[in-house]
Design a protein around this ligand. Structure first.
Ligand code: SAH
Ligand code: SF4
Length: 401
């Protein structure tokens, strides 16, 4: 397939983004990556092999990050050949293209099964918005945040979000969700035991509309890859049944929760996020109040500031009242709207953003401003839409009509 370097699109680019292409065939057949240990036990048992072989395969998939069956040298050659002959492959999602921003953020086009693509973002050093910790010491621990997609596209149709323009193609499997993380860890030679890795399920898609696969991916990431659920945050637009299921998960398998509030009232939220007409703010707050939080755990409310639409002083007053009345341990993460072609909103004025934040703090609501990351390569919040398509470049999935 012929690959071309993307032309810069209409966004101003501080520096020309670096683009890497990695060509390889799409995966076919049955994938081992994504199976948990009990499923792997069944696979090896079908070849008459004992359960400890499953542990060896899990180790190779999730900790050694092996990418081909013939690299699994702890397994007998005969078993590797039998697996291959039966149609098994590793099938870990593959980083097909890399866009590098001026701030070192990397946006990946990740190829999943059937050659379809999603986006994953890697941000060196957390901006503190997710973990809210002040642990930036002079040590040598490498900190980074990986932003993971849960669906190809999204059906929720928030008016300000570029991903919404894609509509929904399909849910990702647990292996396709967890595999984004493992591929990024492998690319940067990161180890959860020694490096500080935060995960945010804030890429393309609505995790709580793909609940089973999302939570199975969390389980793999906790139990097999070794990342604590306390280092993960899942963001939802407010899918009430998902929040209720999530609240019932065991603490060790439950990431922190962020709610995309984005408006100070039902009146404004109805317009920006049509999902609010189904599950309005009051119902969301009730569900959140029923949730049993861990010690020191806070709910994050994300609030996208749309210039002239949600960034006015009166909105800040209304938002502070709403959050305080909810009576929850909570904080607000403010995100200045990131532009996207054809999305009819304006980036808020910087002074207005600061005033908004100060107004919340003055009203007793902890508020943080999320730094935009990788805006120049369309990697920032709400900008994930396989930008190769936006700039007129053939996406790997562009099939003949
Ligand atoms: N679908 C989930 C998770 C992904 S979106 C959700 O909506 O919560 C992650 C965050 O980006 C959400 O809080 C969303 O409100 C925000 N967002 C969407 N479009 C944006 C844009 N253009 N600029 C800034 N933030 C945006
Ligand atoms: Fe979907 Fe989240 Fe974008 Fe809304 S903001 S359209 S839920 S990805």
């Amino acid at each position: 397939m012929e690959k071309k370097t993307p032309k810069p699109d209409s966004m101003p680019l501080p520096t020309a983004p670096a683009v890497e292409f990695n060509a390889a065939p799409a995966t076919q057949g049955m994938q081992l990556f994504g199976l948990d240990e009990s499923a792997l036990v069944e696979v090896v048992a079908s070849f008459g092999e004992p359960a400890y072989r499953a542990r060896q395969i899990a180790d190779g998939l999730y900790r050694q990050r092996l990418e081909a069956l013939d690299e699994f040298t702890t397994l007998p050659l005969a078993l590797r050949q039998q697996l291959q002959a039966a149609g098994w492959s590793i099938g870990r999602p593959r980083i097909a293209q890399v866009f590098t921003a001026a701030d070192r953020t990397e946006r990946y086009l990740v190829e999943v099964n059937n050659g379809q693509t999603v986006e994953t973002v890697w941000m060196p050093e957390s901006d503190g918005g997710e973990d809210g910790e002040d642990d930036a010491g002079g040590d040598t621990v490498r900190r980074s945040t990986i932003c993971v997609s849960s669906q190809i596209g999204c059906a929720v149709n928030c008016q300000f979000c570029l991903t919404a323009r894609l509509g929904l193609t399909r849910n990702l499997t647990a292996g396709e969700i967890a595999g984004q993380v493992v591929s990024v860890l492998a690319r940067h030679s990161l180890t959860p035991e020694t490096d500080r890795i935060n995960l945010v399920f804030m890429g393309m898609g609505e995790p709580f509309l793909n609940y089973g696969n999302f939570i199975a991916a969390v389980r793999l990431l906790v139990e097999q890859v070794g990342i604590s659920a306390r280092r993960m945050t899942v963001s939802t637009s407010g899918i009430l049944p998902g929040i209720e299921r999530f609240a019932a998960e065991p603490a060790a398998l439950r990431p922190r929760l962020a709610i995309s509030l984005n408006a100070p009232s039902n009146q404004v939220r109805d317009r920006l996020m049509p999902i609010n007409r189904k599950w309005p703010i009051g119902q969301l707050m009730d569900a959140l109040r029923r949730m049993e939080l861990r010690a020191h755990e806070r709910i994050t409310f994300e609030y996208v500031l749309l210039g002239g639409v949600t960034d006015q002083p009166a909105h800040a007053v209304e938002l502070a009242r709403l959050v305080r009345r909810a009576g929850l341990p909570a904080k607000v993460n403010l995100i200045a709207w990131n532009p996207g072609p054809g999305v009819p909103y304006a980036t808020p004025d910087a002074a207005q953003v600061e005033a908004f934040k100060q107004s919340l703090i003055a009203a007793g609501v902890p508020a943080y401003l999320r730094k935009p990351r990788g805006r120049d390569i369309f990697a920032a919040c709400g900008q994930l839409k396989r930008t190769v398509e936006l700039s007129g470049i053939n996406a790997p999935a562009s099939a003949p009509a």
